[in-house]
Design a protein around this ligand. Structure first.
Ligand SMILES: *Cc1c(COP(=O)(O)O)cnc(C)c1O
Length: 400
């Protein structure tokens, strides 16, 4: 079978890049010393802050999400510091490892692969740090591997309850622009993101937002090297210092277009609602597939409570190797690429063939989501994977 039409990459990053963003990038190299590039940068800074719901600061790096982690790390820590990492999947562990690589000792609270952060455990861990050695609490808003969504405000409340001075640093790489996030209202000190998920721009830009308090705390960091130092990157009137070298020219034009769409036209709150609706349709379909005959295929959502689920990505379990079989069929025959079960493999399923991830983040709409679900249904029929009935009706009803 040949696949015609436009292919849909439904993996949790990179996400679909809108034609408007691609077209904005398709141009000759601009002058980096004056002209249009200089004119668009202050507005980009303003809109990045609106996206994160903060009145504080943002720094842009030429980096992916791993780079954004390290950008934040080098500004937040000094040799001898400690961190408390709240781990709810592979990405939480990844950030912890990147901090550890600096020589910071990291205490982990691991909540497994199917549950959110328990704020009471955070408060208890901070209370027992009587000498105040922990400088930063690290957490993911959404861990893209498990698709769990954590309650950031509850973690802030736990830090305050413990009377602990640690900064709260949050990874929103999978959630920004998709799930409700209120940096200032929730008391987040540092937040990191990257361009290629909810921000709908090709990979290559990393972002770190920080409050005045975090900036002040960071001033004593002894790991800050010229490129990663965030102090000079936050004042858009100082263009030459913003990017630590040549500006990411084409990415900035693409980002301008994506922020036009997300922040100025649709609006952040409307984008949150859109993601919530689309996620609800995906959940309804998998719930239906998992019933009846679907029990024989072990079909089920990884996160049981809808309140703890991401609106940007959904991790689903199957009996191995059905998830891989289905992904392979859908990619080859239906023009949809679904996400692999990253970091989810239990013992006895080393290749992770029992999990897959369905992305519904960024430049997505009703027909893309229903089409993707229809392709999955066709794949299960073609492969003879037992499944419950009525999934597409339920998904459509969730969107009606
Ligand atoms: C994608 C992702 C990362 C890693 O980002 P890269 O750009 O691949 O380095 C980190 N954390 C979360 C939550 C992510 O979703």
């Amino acid at each position: 079978m040949t696949v015609t039409g436009r292919h849909y990459l439904a993996i949790p990053g990179p996400s679909v890049v809108p034609d408007r963003v691609l077209n904005a990038m398709h141009r000759a190299s601009p002058d980096i010393y004056s002209g249009e590039l200089h004119e668009i940068v202050p507005g980009i800074y303003e809109d990045l802050k609106r996206l994160a719901r903060t009145r504080h600061h943002v720094a842009i790096y030429i980096a992916n999400g791993h780079g954004a982690w390290e950008a934040a790390n080098t500004n937040m820590f000094s040799p001898g510091d400690q961190a408390l990492a709240l781990v709810t999947g592979r990405f939480g562990e990844g950030w912890a490892l990147s901090v550890e690589a600096l020589g910071v000792s990291v205490q982990r609270l691991n909540f497994g692969k199917q549950a959110p952060v328990d704020a009471d455990q955070v408060a208890a861990a901070l209370q027992s740090d009587t000498e105040g050695k922990i400088k930063v609490v690290l957490m993911s808003h959404v861990d893209t591997t498990t698709s769990v969504r954590n309650d950031v405000a509850a973690v802030r409340a736990a830090i305050d309850r413990a009377g602990h001075p640690a900064l709260l640093a949050v990874d929103c790489i999978a959630s920004l622009g998709c799930d409700v996030f209120e940096m200032d209202l929730w008391g987040v000190d540092v937040m990191v993101c990257a361009s290629q998920k909810g921000m709908m721009t090709p990979p290559g830009l990393g972002f770190v937002w920080m409050t005045d308090k975090a900036k002040k705390a960071g001033a004593r960091s002894r790991w800050r090297t010229p490129y990663w130092d965030w102090t000079l990157r936050t004042d858009p009137s100082q263009f030459y210092h913003l990017f630590g070298g040549t500006a990411p020219t084409h990415h900035l034009f693409g980002l301008r277009a994506s922020l036009d769409m997300l922040v100025r036209e649709e609006g952040v709150e409307a984008a949150w609602r859109r993601h919530q609706r689309l996620a609800g349709a995906v959940w309804a379909a998998f719930d239906a597939w998992g019933e009846g005959d679907g029990k024989r295929s072990g079909i089920g959502l990884n996160i049981a409570d809808p309140l703890n689920r991401s609106h940007a990505v959904t991790t689903v379990k199957f009996s191995a190797p059905l998830a891989t079989d289905l992904r392979t069929w859908v990619k080859a025959n239906a023009g949809v690429t679904l996400g692999i079960g990253l970091g989810m493999a239990p013992d006895g399923d080393p290749a992770g063939d029992g999990f897959m991830r369905v992305a519904h983040m960024g430049h997505v709409n009703t027909h893309m989501t229903l089409g993707m679900l229809g392709a999955i249904e066709a794949g299960m029929a073609a492969l003879g994977i037992p499944h419950g009935s009525g999934a597409l009706e339920r998904a459509a009803a969730a969107l009606a």
